[in-house]
Design a protein around this ligand. Structure first.
Ligand code: SF4
Ligand code: SF4
Length: 340
């Protein structure tokens, strides 16, 4: 079984973390069964967030009896100390525990530091002194904030999107974390559904011994797939390399990474999902994208006022409004039963 140590935290865990965002979408019984099965087969790192509706509650229900044998990472999106404490107390209660192994600032738009006026970092330190949290981390989607967090020396872990579609700058974050002895937690290891070959995704992550991928798991067959890799870990081969190169070619250039840097949109368009709908439809089963809820989200594109805010914020230089319209056109064709 391959293990990862998250830098200076000393947290050593199986190289398959459980990303508990998707369990929001399934019933409590099903989620509890999934989490308990994951633990029974050797998964010991569970990543959730206050923001993921009932994910913490399900985790607490499923795993509080084995609390000492697992690591729980959760997150707060608080922007001031008062909200920080409220979030932390709620997380502790729902997770049925009196400590969080890794408490992370959830995708803040800036890097919290002592003396910045928000009181956030001071609250983290106090929570650590009180024993309510054991380690301090940060998650982000912005390169600038991630770089600042690494350089600040204030964080023990960074959680950032990382997969085989990573840019050179993103790869550099991984190296910098290693140099600073910081843990690197890879979110979006399947690029939010764009990477459909989990074997290739796993083999890519396996090349970075200090990186802990957290797989967003919702179904038992997905869990089984990753559990099977614990016994027979896929390794980089010519065949896998060819799959990766094909995807890198296909997904190079004008594709939306789903990072969300461009949001919020003044008319509420969920850009990070809608601007890559055509790719999602081509690469994953379309029924998942054709639900009433997704149709409503796509229809909102009609409300775009072409303010240009999204395009000016996109780090990949995408013409986002144009991309949204192209994706909406494709979407309507698929709804009408035409193949893409
Ligand atoms: S349009 Fe650009 S900024 Fe917005 S989600 Fe896609 S890649 Fe990220
Ligand atoms: S251009 Fe359209 S999609 Fe982009 S932020 Fe403005 S309203 Fe939203």
């Amino acid at each position: 079984m391959t293990t990862v140590t998250l830098g200076m935290t000393g947290i050593t865990t199986n190289k398959n973390g459980f990303g508990a965002l998707p369990i929001q979408r399934i019933g409590a019984d099903q989620a509890i069964k999934l989490l308990q099965k994951a633990f029974a087969h050797g998964i010991t790192f569970f990543d959730t967030a206050r923001f993921y509706t009932d994910s913490e509650e399900k985790l607490g229900e499923a795993l509080s009896s084995v609390r000492e044998q697992i690591y729980i990472a959760t997150k707060t999106a608080a922007t001031d100390a008062k909200a920080f404490w409220k979030d932390l107390e709620t997380s502790l209660r729902l997770l049925k525990t009196d400590y969080i192994d890794l408490y992370q600032f959830h995708n803040p738009s800036f890097c919290p530091k002592p003396g910045d006026g928000t009181g956030l970092y001071e609250a983290m330190l106090e929570a650590k002194e009180q024993g309510k949290i054991r380690h301090i981390g940060i998650t982000n989607h912005r390169l600038s904030v991630a770089n600042e967090a690494i350089e600040s020396g204030l964080y023990e872990t960074l959680q950032f999107p990382f997969n085989y579609l990573a840019t050179k700058e993103e790869l550099r974050l991984v190296t910098k974390c290693k140099e600073q002895n910081m843990g690197f937690i890879a979110m979006k290891a399947l690029s939010g559904g764009l990477i459909t070959n989990s074997k290739a995704a796993y083999a890519y992550q396996a090349q970075y011994e200090h990186v802990l991928p957290i797989w967003g798991i919702q179904r038992e067959n997905e869990l089984d797939e990753f559990l099977s890799y614990m016994e027979n870990p896929p390794v980089m081969s010519e065949e896998i390399q060819a799959i990766i190169e094909k995807d890198q070619k296909e997904l190079a250039g004008n594709f939306c990474r789903g990072c969300g840097y461009c949001m919020p949109c003044p008319v509420g368009i969920e850009i990070n999902n809608c601007a890559r709908m055509s790719l999602l439809l081509r690469r994953s089963p379309s029924e998942l994208q054709l639900t009433k809820e997704v149709q409503e989200k796509m229809k909102r594109i009609e409300k775009c006022i072409n303010c240009g805010r999204c395009a000016s914020r996109c780090p990949y230089g995408l013409n986002t409004p144009k991309l949204l319209k192209e994706n909406y056109k494709d979407y309507k064709e698929v709804l009408a039963g035409k193949p893409l």
